[in-house]
Design a protein. Structure first.
Length: 312
């Protein structure tokens, strides 16, 4: 996987509801997730219209220009090998406070990136890369979207020539920023695919720009999604509340979480939740999200990973 970048935003297009109407402050500003595990690293991102005027909320009935500050350390990417897929989620499906996949029927999958908004060739080094996302030719998708609502957009870039493969991960905003992540077993051995029948350790390079967090106020929720081939999107795995509002410090987070830049080993142990693991097909792609919430300060942060997982 070459790179991924996600935008959370209020979109004006032509969701269902839950108690949290605007997640991650999207009523006021764009939230984006850096893609730090792929070959390309994103440092900053902003959106504007074709005239160069900053735009928010985003209007999907017109072309959108995403100005990115990136570093491409390895290879030059160009047509026809550079491919692009765009995934889309709406907020609050079925009354739940979560993201639900918007079916795109494959129309936005495996496109030639260089003829769909990515200025090619993508050269090596630190650079400003303006990426144009144009949904005006996809009325069948835009018509499915409720106007003035929060949506999540994901752009996936994959180079068929180099075939870069990574565990993809992202941070989800909040006072804790995540710069890198790796997954190992309890002995420190990196493993792939990830085996959910044994405890795993997600070691992150993090910067806590908020307060120190400790029990009993630091709570953890684990969200889980499986990949649906037919719709090419993620669907939530029911966890029946078993993985919600846990004591984070007793469930693998080394407490207290101090302020500043630090290496933070997060242990995730699904062996206690056989009733959930038994629902999962073996050797499939899954998306796992660890969400941390501090009840004292109200601060929220999370880290999300997508990877091939073993459940047998």
């Amino acid at each position: 996987m070459l790179s991924r970048v996600i935008l959370l935003s209020a979109l004006t297009a032509v969701a269902f509801s839950c108690d949290t109407v605007w997640p991650n402050g999207t009523d006021k500003a764009l939230t984006w997730f850096p893609s730090c595990a792929g070959a390309i690293t994103f440092y900053s991102l902003s959106t504007q219209d074709q005239s160069g005027k900053a735009e928010y909320p985003i209007t999907l009935t017109k072309p959108l220009v995403i100005i990115t500050d990136i570093n491409n350390p390895k290879n030059v990417y160009e047509s026809p090998n550079l491919k692009q897929t765009i995934n889309l989620w709406s907020w609050g499906g079925l009354g739940a406070c979560q993201w639900s996949t918007v079916p795109t029927l494959g129309l936005l999958s495996n496109l030639d990136a260089c003829t769909n908004g990515v200025p090619c060739p993508v050269k090596t080094g630190r650079q400003t890369l303006p990426i144009t996302m144009d949904f005006t030719g996809y009325d069948s998708i835009i018509k499915l979207l409720k106007d003035d609502s929060p949506y999540q957009l994901e752009m996936v870039l994959n180079d068929n020539k180099t075939k870069d493969k990574n565990i993809w991960w992202s941070s989800c905003g909040g006072p804790v920023q995540y710069y890198s992540a790796k997954i190992t077993d309890l002995n420190g051995k990196e493993e792939y695919p990830i085996r959910l029948t044994e405890p795993i350790v997600v070691t992150v390079d993090a910067d806590n720009q908020g307060k120190a967090y400790d029990e009993p106020n630091l709570r953890a929720t684990v969200n889980l999604w499986s990949w649906v081939v037919n719709s090419c999107g993620w669907t939530a795995v029911p966890t029946l509340g078993l993985l919600s509002d846990l004591d984070a410090c007793e469930e693998g987070v080394p407490c207290p979480v101090k302020t500043g830049r630090q290496t933070l080993p997060l242990t995730m142990d699904f062996t206690k939740f056989d009733s959930i693991i038994k629902l999962l097909k073996d050797d499939q792609p899954y998306q796992i999200q660890l969400q941390l919430n501090d009840k004292l300060s109200g601060d929220k942060t999370c880290v999300t990973a997508q990877a091939r997982c073993r459940t047998k």
